[in-house]
Write a protein that binds this ligand. Structure first.
Ligand code: ATP
Ligand code: MG
Length: 269
């Protein structure tokens, strides 16, 4: 397992600042009588790799839905770069640099792996009919660049050889990798990963962790939900814990590992 502290070299240059890039303030969301998220607050420091853990059903994915505007909160607010975003649409926050992946990967199975990658890019010149005619050279150049970037990212996650295969032919783990690579096409500032290691074999998990550390070094911030504690503990600067829809604890990995309330929440599930 890659150890972020060991692999980050001099962390003083990339140390998170005090103002959060993403903040949840007193968020609540109920489904019928189920309080999936109940008055939860959380901060993600810019430049950090932040973890979100908790037993099954703790509300982690629902919180991600709220943070990424796939759901509207019943109460509370979400701030991205200091501005409220919880009233926006997911595509609008993607344009601002916040993207997410899904617990169950959502690749379009009847498109090729490469086509899935290229779908992620937005606002290309070629999307406008007139631009296609008036600026065809620029469009062609942009498409070449997107294809090159897509191929580079597919190589990083070990899927380049499958670029022309149907996404539907990929394993569950490979779809997760495709989804992560696709999210990176838009060069986000912040990426929310919902269980990136689930269903992925141990060798690939190590590779994913190395890529996360490298992308983080290049300035990308991560918020990661994960049940694989090795992944969380080796990568994260700070870990937030939820249980039964609420904040349970937050701290650095060592503090969380020795927190008796956290241990009890896991043992009690
Ligand atoms: N769309 C929905 N409709 C009704 N109940 C829901 C819905 N989404 C989530 N829930 C409920 O909200 C609670 C929190 O679910 P959530 O998926 O957020 O948990 P989680 O922490 O991501 O769990 P896991 O680790 O198993 O993925 C659960 O009781 C779940 O059944
Ligand atoms: Mg979940």
């Amino acid at each position: 397992m890659v150890d972020k502290a060991m692999n980050m070299g001099d962390r003083s240059n990339t140390a998170p600042t005090t103002s959060a890039i993403l903040s949840a303030r007193n968020l609540s969301k109920s489904f019928g009588g189920v309080h999936a998220v109940n008055n939860v607050s959380l901060d993600v420091a810019p430049g950090s790799i932040t973890g979100l853990i908790g037993p099954n059903g703790a509300g982690k994915t629902t919180l991600f839905q709220l943070l990424s505007c796939f759901l509207q909160p019943d109460q509370g607010e979400v701030l991205f770069d200091g501005s409220p975003i919880h009233t926006l649409q997911p595509y609008q926050i993607a344009q601002q640099g916040l993207v997410r992946t899904f617990q169950v990967a959502r690749a379009l199975s009847r498109l090729s792996v490469m086509e899935n990658m290229l779908l992620a890019t937005q606002h290309q010149t070629g999307e406008s009919f007139w631009n296609v005619w008036l600026r065809s050279r620029q469009v062609a150049q942009q498409e070449r660049e997107q294809r090159d970037r897509a191929f580079e990212l597919l190589e990083m996650v070990g899927l380049a050889a499958k670029a022309n295969d149907y996404a539907g032919a990929l394993s569950g783990g490979q779809r997760k990798l495709l989804e992560m690579a696709r999210a990176l096409m838009v060069r986000p500032k912040l990426i929310l990963l919902d269980e990136p290691a689930a269903g992925v074999n141990p060798t690939l998990i190590n590779q994913i962790c190395e890529h996360i550390v490298n992308w983080n070094r290049q300035g990308m911030t991560f918020l990661i939900i994960e049940h694989n504690m090795d992944v969380i503990m080796s990568l994260c600067d700070r870990v937030w814990v939820m249980a039964e829809g609420r904040n349970l604890a937050d701290g650095n990995p060592a503090e969380i590992q020795s927190n008796t309330q956290v241990l009890e929440a896991y043992l009690g599930q």
